[in-house]
Design a protein around this ligand. Structure first.
Ligand code: SF4
Length: 318
């Protein structure tokens, strides 16, 4: 599925969530409709025969007034056909039956919910403004009304713990969305959470903690046929200041950790390790971060990997 993203930074949001500053991810605040229309036309004409969606991200689409929604809809309506539909992202407390009816009548096929966590402890500590019941009900309502459902989760929010992660993973398996996005919390300067971090009230996850939690979610998603379409936040603005487990290739680190666990489980002492050709970069990319991790995990100072015709040997200076 190809996506053309239209960002509506924090539009339709009833308040600013403690960790959120969408404006740090994108450079424009106001959508220029003339430019957008031209870009969407180009995108659609280049991909006539491909399934694609025009997606409204970065705000609460169903929190917009009806006239605001119509304005966005009218922008994209000329491009809707049997291969082109609309995707929106919104909050679980902003999708009642009336909103879903509106969506049905306006070519919206996919709804992504910024759930962030299914644990009440976390939702309360993070001041999300809704509880787990509201989040779960919204998921089932969206599915029952025939939409494709995406769930966004944010490990590492205030109040989270191994037990809240277990609770959230368990609920995810009950809800069974079509796909998930995993965005470990990054604390951005300028957000209310930054102030709390400066006062020492919260501590972000380390990179390894965030990777491990996402691997667990990934495994659960795979076992339950839930697609993981994104792991890690999009790139930050040049001048963004942050603390937390941000890495430009976070998704690759998560896939690499999954591969390491698989190798570890099958490894017999002295073995040459065979991996798939498309798995090499997971170990050798990013200054061989995962390759060094694998060697440490297997307690090796020499490793031999074979991927098809490619052979890799490394000596680790301990
Ligand atoms: S609802 Fe979403 S976009 Fe709006 S402030 Fe909260 S996290 Fe940001």
């Amino acid at each position: 599925m190809l996506i053309f993203p239209v960002f509506i930074p924090q539009k339709g949001c009833s308040f600013q969530c403690v960790y959120c500053d969408q404006k740090q991810f994108i450079s424009v605040e106001e959508v220029d409709f003339t430019v957008l229309e031209k870009q969407i036309r180009q995108f659609c004409s280049k991909n006539i025969n491909t399934h694609k969606q025009i997606a409204f991200y970065g705000g609460t689409f169903t929190g917009l007034t009806l006239s605001q929604r119509e304005k966005y809809y009218n922008l994209v309506r000329p491009f809707i056909d049997n291969k082109t539909s609309i995707r929106i992202s919104t909050r679980p407390d902003a999708v009642g039956y009336e909103d879903l009816n509106w969506c049905k009548n306006h070519h919206i096929k996919t709804i992504e919910l910024g759930i962030q966590d299914f644990s009440d402890v976390v939702l309360k500590a993070s001041r999300r403004g809704y509880d787990s019941k509201t989040a779960i009900e919204a998921c089932f309502r969206i599915k029952q009304e025939g939409f494709e459902l995406g769930v966004q989760l944010m490990p590492g929010l205030p109040g989270s713990s191994p037990s809240s992660h277990r609770e959230s993973s368990g609920t995810l398996q009950g809800v069974l969305p079509d796909f998930v996005r995993l965005y470990p919390l990054i604390i951005l300067r300028g957000t209310p959470l930054w102030t709390e971090w400066e006062k020492g009230y919260i501590e972000p996850l380390t990179l390894e903690e965030a990777i491990n939690i996402c691997v667990e979610y990934y495994d659960i998603a795979e076992r339950n046929n839930i697609a993981v379409i994104k792991t890690g936040i999009p790139s930050l603005g040049k001048n963004s200041e942050y603390v937390g487990p941000y890495h430009p290739a976070f998704g690759e680190l998560v896939k690499g950790e999954r591969l390491i666990r698989k190798i570890e489980a099958e490894y017999k002492s002295g073995d040459t390790i065979h991996i798939g050709k498309n798995e090499i970069s997971l170990l050798t990319g990013h200054q061989e971060y995962n390759l060094r991790k694998l060697m440490k995990r297997l307690d090796l100072n020499y490793i031999k990997l074979v991927a098809g015709a490619v052979k890799i040997e490394r000596l680790l200076n301990k």
